[in-house]
Design a protein around this ligand. Structure first.
Ligand code: MN
Ligand code: MN
Length: 292
């Protein structure tokens, strides 16, 4: 039996759409732009090209590393000097792509080295991918590239394997060597995502970042809740996407059924840059699915 996903073309298509949506986000991230509108435009692009967002667009800034998405009432505008992580997911019937890049808003050029370091770390990690190769080889390549630029990898945030409808599917890809004994299997889909900082290299939980996820199927007791589950399954979502008042009310009353995500904040309030591609482990190395 082939080790590759049967719907491999859907994974490739989702990857291309997510990559294009990421690049759109980077281009649109200018001073004065509302971050809610930026997220809406990225997600509209994904929907307009035959995919669905796999999670709410993460627009974490500065010492926020991840897991912030604007709420539907967010009126905050991007400012010159913001170090913005545009982290985008697209899926086609559960074939998921997850990709991110970092942009310094307004071309103030205070963090060029940090942004370059994370990009080089991602490339080094991707080059280290081999079928049956050790995850630790990838981790060590990332760590070496980050240290070569004089920064720290964020130890607590890792890449991850991806399975249908499951964004974080159990295998972690650390950005530091010595943590993983797993190996990569041909046909596997994996997100590689170093985070790099000039802070302490760790994160802590910040406030709620407007992202939730169903822990399990709520069943049919509440029709509005069942509709919401039919739409999002167990993928992360945000109430910014829920316009139906009955579904909104049902979700509000169902907090126990929902996992909530805090924003991850760098413990030393260091600046954080992220770069991420979803790759397929091919016969001789990585096929980058989220390249454009
Ligand atoms: Mn990811
Ligand atoms: Mn991501």
């Amino acid at each position: 039996m082939s080790p590759y996903p049967a719907d491999l073309e859907a994974w490739r298509r989702a990857g291309r759409i997510a990559g294009e949506a990421r690049e759109l986000g980077l281009r649109l991230a200018r001073p004065g732009v509302l971050r809610r509108e930026l997220a809406d435009q990225i997600e509209a692009y994904i929907r307009g090209h035959g995919a669905e967002p796999a999670f709410p667009t993460n627009l974490s800034r500065n010492w926020e590393a991840a897991h912030y998405t604007p709420s539907d009432t967010d009126e905050v505008a991007l400012a010159a000097g913001d170090l913005l992580k545009v982290d985008v997911g697209a899926h086609i019937h559960g074939a998921i792509a997850d990709t991110a890049a970092t942009v310094e808003v307004g071309e103030t050029h205070q963090h060029d080295r940090l942004v370059r370091a994370v990009r080089e770390a991602l490339e080094a990690g991707i080059r280290a991918v081999r079928p049956n190769g050790a995850v630790d080889e990838v981790s060590r390549a990332i760590e070496r590239a980050v240290h070569a630029q004089g920064f720290k990898p964020v130890v607590d945030l890792t890449g991850h394997s991806i399975e249908p409808y499951l964004l974080h599917a159990g295998k972690s890809i650390p950005s530091v060597g010595g943590y993983s004994t797993a190996s990569l299997r041909e046909g596997e889909v994996v997100a590689i995502e170093p985070f790099v900082t000039n802070g302490e290299g760790h994160i802590e939980d910040g406030p709620f970042g407007n992202i939730v996820r169903f822990r399990a199927d709520p069943g049919n007791r509440d029709p509005a809740l069942a509709r919401a589950f039919a739409r999002f399954r167990t993928l992360p979502f945000t109430t910014r996407w829920v316009t139906d008042p009955a579904e909104r009310a049902a979700l509000k009353g169902a907090r126990r059924l929902l996992q909530t995500y805090p924003v991850f904040v760098e413990t030393g309030r260091g600046w954080v840059a992220q770069a991420e591609h979803t790759i397929l482990v091919g016969p001789s190395g990585a096929e980058v699915l989220t390249a454009v």
